[in-house]
Design a protein around this ligand. Structure first.
Ligand code: AMP
Length: 304
């Protein structure tokens, strides 16, 4: 089966306190998520790039089970994002977001994409997310991600989309913003009330929570010795999670829990390198080793 991924394909400039900046590196929510999901299953990618987007990245995606037929190459410049991280890398601000070719992008699904079983609506304008969903025939699982830019910029469109989403994957700060709540349990419940049955609240180095109906699950983040660049960790998490679910064709509550652990494992490989290098270099064996380490991380023998 396969996962349909739509999202941004970007050229990023990222500033780090102390270690300088990385200018014009490949990024974007769809790029990270597709590379991650492609480790598990066939991926169908939808997005837009300008003529300046490196063909080497498109080739790398194709080598990893990613069908790029749905990626449009438009006249103009690729979407550009410029961000700056705090010295401890725990937060970041967006200094500039240039939509460029995204401004006039209308996603069109190739006929061969329409029967996708799983759909991941990566972080882009919620109206574009909805347009992709309109063209998918009858996906079994629809997941979406979003961020502050859209929560504040296009709240009506985002609220209209959420009842059509089965799984919302969102970071904690943005989840608080969207829900108006502070405690993670209240945040999860309030977001479920907006539509999605399942909510994943990502807490960066502190792990992720899964709210699944009435059930709550928590997975820690894999203890990484040195985080180099957190960019794309969230998209990598989402891509791995959905790739795992699609590969095993199991959408049970326990499969969602295992998928969260896979998401955390691949995200930990992502943040150890700059840009897409970590996800690009990841293998199923390396992810598997981290998944096994997770089991040890949270397992405690009982004496009785
Ligand atoms: P993450 O760190 O998982 O939130 O993903 C970071 C990626 O999101 C970067 O590579 C950016 O190119 C991309 N990005 C940043 N802002 C936006 C936005 N407003 N819309 C779509 N993608 C964005």
């Amino acid at each position: 089966m396969s996962v349909l991924v739509v999202g941004s394909m970007a050229i990023d400039t990222v500033e780090f306190a102390g270690t300088g900046e990385r200018r014009e590196v490949v990024g974007g929510s769809a790029t990270f998520a597709s590379m991650a999901a492609g480790l598990y299953t066939d991926v169908r990618m939808v997005g837009v790039v300008g003529k300046d987007f490196p063909t080497a990245t498109l080739d790398a995606l194709k080598q990893r089970r990613v069908d790029t037929t749905g990626v449009q190459v438009a006249e103009g410049e690729t979407f550009r994002w410029h961000g700056r991280y705090s010295p401890d890398l725990s937060s970041r601000e967006s200094l500039a977001t240039h939509l460029n070719v995204f401004e006039h992008f209308r996603p069109t699904l190739p006929e061969s994409y329409r029967d996708s079983r799983v759909v991941l609506l990566g972080n882009i304008h919620p109206t574009l997310q909805a347009e992709v969903l309109d063209q998918a025939k009858s996906p079994q699982l629809v997941a979406a991600d979003t961020m502050n830019f859209w929560i504040h910029g296009t709240p009506k469109e985002l609220h209209a989309l959420l009842p059509r989403v089965g799984l919302l994957i969102i970071n904690e700060e943005e989840a608080r913003d969207l829900s108006g709540q502070r405690s993670v349990v209240r945040v999860g419940r309030a977001l479920q009330a907006l539509g999605p049955r399942r909510i994943v609240v990502k807490q960066g180095e502190y792990g992720a929570w899964l709210f699944d109906g009435d059930e709550v699950f928590h997975a820690p983040a894999y203890p990484v010795e040195q985080v180099v660049d957190p960019t794309g960790a969230g998209d990598t998490f989402a891509g791995a999670m959905l790739g795992y679910l699609d590969a095993y064709g199991d959408f049970s509550p326990s499969a969602f829990r295992r998928a969260v652990v896979h998401g955390s494992a691949l995200a930990s490989l992502c943040v150890e390198h700059y840009g897409t290098d970590g996800v690009h270099g990841a293998t199923r064996d390396r992810v598997g080793a981290r998944v096994r380490a997770f089991a040890r991380l949270v397992h405690a023998e009982h004496d009785e």
